[in-house]
Design a protein around this ligand. Structure first.
Ligand SMILES: [Zn+2]
Length: 443
């Protein structure tokens, strides 16, 4: 069993973050990361069963994070998300910064309060969305310049700004700003981009520590010690408009490993990122068009270089088969729009593979979408009804399909966690590989 608190050093294999560099003041650091812990409770091969503790609760890992781009998982309410057993969700910094604005969200008490979700939230840095704007963005050393997809207004997303926006949002986990690289990329492109990501990560970490230190003193003192009147006004009211309002002092920050599909660059990135000393580490820049086998190879060659006592997050992946295969290579956290986006397009993930509810052969089919599924949708509705809702463009089609797909993904993670404990992960891998390898959808 491996445990960790907020400490920077210790237990790093094969990399070692603490060696050869001065360690920050321990009490300061512990206070900053006080809400974050990770504990591995069981292992099976390289797969790990664990618990990640955040200021808003514990997440059983390996875990899947439903994506709530605009502070809402499309089609379902936070109440339903909690009912499905989701323990953490992801929200997108780029979208929330542009609309309604992170300072507005801070004035409303932070993202959890604003969106009515009191469980953990991870926010991305906004870099991926800004990067995806194509012609509307340019990247230089300072950061990413882009035009808003909403009104064309010009913005500059720097590493420091990405930290500040996420401090305002008050997510439990903030991601560093990284440069995203498309596939394929040459070795030189991957190396240059990875080095810029490292410089950006360094700036992100410095700003993150600075921002935490600037959180209002009043918040750290017992209520009885606080002076009346002026000091009790909300932080946002006392500060100039450019100031940062740290709405979640226990926020953790994850570093990101880049390097395309070049293993040696990935390893160099992992080693240098671990040197910077983040609470945990993500693998970014995958699921961008490379073959699945190549993604598995990169994941499998990268995780050994990340500390065993910190969560490992594979960003933006994937199919149910990708989840199982990546857990087997040491990944603990996932996010992907696939279950929610595909649901809105009528594609359901079932125990018999993918099912396209639009298909005419379901028009008169009284069976539930997945006879083996216990979700609300499958317990109450037939394929014929779901197809009818979809064809009639009813809002309920998106809701019912999304409830089922998220249930399937979250249930997959439950099965994975059980399989790790009981040593049966290989059987699960065979099942999921057979059902969900990336072959064409049923016709
Ligand atoms: Zn179902």
């Amino acid at each position: 069993m491996v445990t960790t608190g907020g400490a920077l050093t210790g237990g790093l294999e094969p990399a070692d973050a603490g060696e050869g560099k001065p360690s920050p003041d321990q009490s300061y650091y512990t206070a900053m990361a006080m809400g974050f812990r990770f504990r591995v409770t069981a292992e099976s091969g390289r797969a790990r069963r664990g618990e990640m503790t955040t200021p808003h609760g514990v997440v059983q890992t390996p875990a899947f994070m439903p994506v709530g781009t605009q502070g809402a998982v499309k089609g379902v309410l936070p109440r339903d998300l909690a009912g499905l057993g989701a323990e953490i969700m992801l929200s997108n910094t780029y979208h929330l910064h542009l609309r309604p604005g992170d300072r507005l969200i801070a004035r409303h008490g932070g993202l959890h309060r604003f969106i009515g979700w009191d469980r953990p939230i991870l926010t991305d840095s906004g870099g991926y969305q800004a990067f995806s704007l194509g012609e509307r963005r340019t990247i230089d050393e300072e950061g990413i310049r882009f035009r808003s997809h909403l009104d064309g207004s010009e913005h500059l997303l720097t590493p420091e700004k990405a930290v500040e926006i996420q401090a305002n949002l008050g997510s439990d986990v903030a991601m560093v700003l990284d440069e995203c690289l498309g596939y394929p990329a040459t070795r030189d492109q991957a190396a240059t981009s990875m080095e810029r990501t490292l410089r950006w990560e360094t700036r992100c970490r410095e700003r993150f520590l600075e921002v935490a230190d600037r959180r209002p003193t009043a918040d750290r003192r017992p209520a009885a010690d606080r002076r009346p009147t002026a000091d009790r006004r909300p932080t946002a009211d006392r500060r100039p408009p450019t100031a940062v309002c740290v709405t979640n002092p226990g926020q953790a920050q994850f570093g990101i490993v880049q390097g395309g599909t070049h293993i040696d660059i990935r390893v160099a990135s992992a080693q240098a990122t671990v040197e910077l000393g983040f609470e945990a580490y993500a693998i970014g820049g995958l699921s961008v068009g490379e073959p699945p086998e190549l993604m598995y190879e990169v994941v499998g060659q990268t995780t050994p270089w990340l500390p065993a006592d910190r969560p490992r997050y594979l960003m933006g992946t994937g199919t149910p088969a990708d989840l199982v295969e990546s857990v087997a290579r040491g990944i603990d956290l996932f996010d992907c729009v696939m279950p929610t986006r595909n649901a809105r397009n009528g594609q359901l993930f079932t125990s018999e593979g993918r099912l396209n509810i639009k298909n005419a052969r379901f028009a008169d089919d009284p069976a539930p979408p997945d006879p083996a599924c216990g979700c609300y949708t499958c317990r109450h509705f037939s394929r014929a009804y779901l197809r009818h809702l979809f064809m009639a463009h009813e809002i309920g089609a998106a809701t019912l399909n999304t409830l089922h797909n998220l249930h399937f993904y979250l249930d997959t993670m439950r099965r994975i966690r059980e399989a790790i404990v009981f040593g049966s992960l290989d059987n699960l891998r065979l099942d999921y590989c057979r059902l969900f390898s990336r072959r064409p959808v049923d016709s």
